[in-house]
Design a protein around this ligand. Structure first.
Ligand code: PXL
Length: 283
């Protein structure tokens, strides 16, 4: 059977993020994504000026009620960008309705030391409650610091700092934690912790001299897809990291407008192939 994912995330027209990237990436991996849009935006909020946005807070609960009436089963509940603090409760409603589903929370709040302008203080506070209810969370370094109550500009300087962050995040609730895009000055990697096996992992990657929006969304989608298909955590992290490295390097070679995100479309064949990976290491 094809697995079904309720993907609670926004739909942005320009800039290749959220549902616009999650849908194709997970579809090509052989999974069914059922989008539950939290908002519709003309573009993501990172550099296109004043965007048109329609908040869909009053949509999510009735959509869940419909799925309950239908008896729809989801194998995974996966949340990302939320447009209001109330949407935390709506995500918790999905999680409660599907206790057997894999619960993935990508706590989209911030990047590069700064909260996104759509993410107010109350939403940032409530995101912790949502993260606590998850099986898996995938914060970037800034979001990880915020979930731990540290300053968003906090940067871990050593592998032991990163391991401490992973362990403290897992202590909030989730058995699996992946912190994306760690940069400790001399090395870049994605870092993971699997509490069930008490194992820490890292997947190093080569950084380019440009930042693209939506890469965290692609990472979470590919990681989730890979885990749903039965991959181990390090192999799932490796698949997501390798796909991003390919798409980022492809994009960088064209010198395109970074606001437009990564040219992942031409790299999707990589996700179709079910190759295994050996690029992970113990952290
Ligand atoms: O990629 C994260 C993200 C998702 N959705 C919207 C965003 C951003 C980051 O800026 O603006 C609308």
């Amino acid at each position: 059977m094809i697995k079904k994912i309720a993907a609670i995330h926004d739909l942005s027209g320009l800039g290749r993020c959220s549902l616009s990237v999650i849908l194709p990436c997970m579809s090509v991996m052989g999974l069914q994504v059922c989008p539950v849009p939290t908002a519709i935006l003309s573009a993501h909020t990172g550099g296109f000026g004043e965007v048109e946005m329609r908040d869909l807070t009053d949509y999510i609960d009735p959509a869940l009620a419909h799925y309950k009436r239908l008896g729809t089963k989801f194998d995974c509940v996966y949340s990302g960008f939320l447009a209001s603090k109330e949407q935390v409760d709506h995500c918790l409603g999905f999680i409660k309705a599907y206790p057997d589903a894999l619960k993935v929370v990508d706590p989209v709040m911030a990047d590069n030391g700064k909260p996104y302008r759509t993410c107010g203080e109350e939403l940032r506070r409530r995101m912790k409650d949502l993260a606590a209810a998850a099986d898996i969370i995938t914060p970037n370094v800034t979001e990880a610091a915020m979930l731990l109550g540290e300053d968003p500009s906090y940067i871990p300087r050593s592998r032991s700092d990163v391991k401490s962050m992973l362990a403290r995040l897992s202590a909030l609730g989730p058995g699996t934690v992946v912190i994306t895009s760690v940069y400790t000055g001399d090395e870049s990697y994605n870092a993971g912790f699997d509490a069930a096996h008490n194992m820490y992992w890292r997947v190093p990657f080569a950084r380019v001299n440009a930042g693209y929006p939506g890469t965290g969304d692609v990472f979470a989608a590919v990681l989730t897809g890979s885990l749903l298909k039965g991959d181990s955590l390090p192999i799932a992290m490796n698949r997501a990291s390798a796909f991003l490295e390919l798409a980022i390097k492809t994009t960088y070679s064209y010198g395109s407008d970074t606001r437009e995100g990564i040219m992942f479309e031409r790299c999707l064949g990589f996700l179709w192939e079910e190759k295994d990976f050996l690029g992970y290491e113990a952290l």
